[in-house]
Design a protein around this ligand. Sequence first.
Ligand code: C2O
Ligand code: CU
Ligand code: CU
Length: 478
Amino acid sequence: KVYTDYFFDEPAYNTHDGGFVPLEEPKTPQQPLKIPELLKPDKETDTDMYYTVIAQTGEVQLLPGKKTKTWGYNTDLLGKTILFKEGKMIHITLKNELPELTTFHWHGLNVPGPVTDGGCHAPVYPGKSTQIEFKCDQPAATLWLHAHPCPSTAQHVWKGLATAVVVKDDVESKLPFPRNYGVDDIPVILQDRRFHKDNQWDYMADYDPDGVQGPTAMINGTINPYFDVTTQRLRLRLLDGANRREWRLHFSDDLKFTQIASDGGILPEPVDFTHLMLTCAERVEIIVDFGKYKPGDEVTMFCDDVPIMRFRIHEFAPDNTQLPDHLVDIPDPDVTPGAPVHKVVMSGMDEEVMMNGKKFDMQRIDDKQKLGNVEYWDISNTNDMTGGMVHPYHMHGTQFRVVSRNGHAPYANENGLKDTVGVNPGETVRLKVWFNHLGVFMNHCHIIEHEDGGMMAQFEVYDPDHPKQYKLMDMDTL
Ligand code: C2O
Ligand code: CU
Ligand code: CU
């Protein structure tokens, strides 16, 4: 079966919102897609990996003329791709060379909160550095690192603090997937920007409480990119790294592609599509098969009707590898008998956004879950179709299962592990959630301006036999 629709409710697409900024095709020349370098470990042994991640300022030639001032991790804009191997101890020095405090949040990584997780309670002050260490104990996946200082996460991400994180393991490495990084396995970070005078970005000038957008697609920090295809099969690790934009992706000729992974790792079964919608912070890995094209052909990727990237076909060796029907087994633990059902209500638009009727407070723990329990979380979006948005709901510290949407089966590509799920207006999405680590974690809408605007809460994962106290920051102690 090949799915040809976007699954989400069409009246809820962000294109219907009054403040929507449509994409425009850039008039500047096509550029080769930037492939982020892999971050070199400072040291690696059989059991440990050591990295230094530096948040820094920079400038990049994005358009003809003046360079654009940007921020990035270990580079001018976005970052180098960071590789973790499952089973190893990871040691990271986090360095802040920015003029203001930031945090380093590992989106999708199952690590203790709130400090290792890197949310708002883990500031690294300008000129300072700090260390974290954790064991990488989750399956192969495409995760990401982004800044998370409250309430300026959106600005830090807009300036460029976001990069791909790839977890490798022995299960994924045996599957017949392309995995030659930079050649047939590439991260694709989807963002959008508006260029102002002298090619600069101006977050405040573009501010919209429902999410900042720009008319120009930027992919891996490239404007108007093309990619040279030199293999029949290409694996794209797509990440919606935009502050607010949904990406409705499809290729010319309605070329079919296959999703092999969602946020938290490989799907149990591959899913074939011609059209796919990503909401903010979601990742999907797809394999595109260019077998029917010949050298000199060009395949275009569109978002809605706007071309956003070109694939230039070159000579390639035939590769008719078929994927198995079953890829991996996904954990699906039983819900703990008698465990409470958590309720999360996302409401409002603009400045009125709230979670469970409240705005985020760094000092308030809104919910609790016992370590080891498996519990249902029911996530509702009270917007209605005529004046609402899809809220991409995200939880730190876990990879969950999507159980149902308004009592119906989840979408065909939601049978794997996820950490972010788009919730339509008027919908309740039931999740099955469990944790491997203690801590205080955040849950929020990943339209980043909604998060900064207060559609965010926090919960504690606790062990009743070993109660812990956490140092929670507030705006004054920051
Ligand atoms: Cu992508 Cu609170 O995070
Ligand atoms: Cu996160
Ligand atoms: Cu939202």
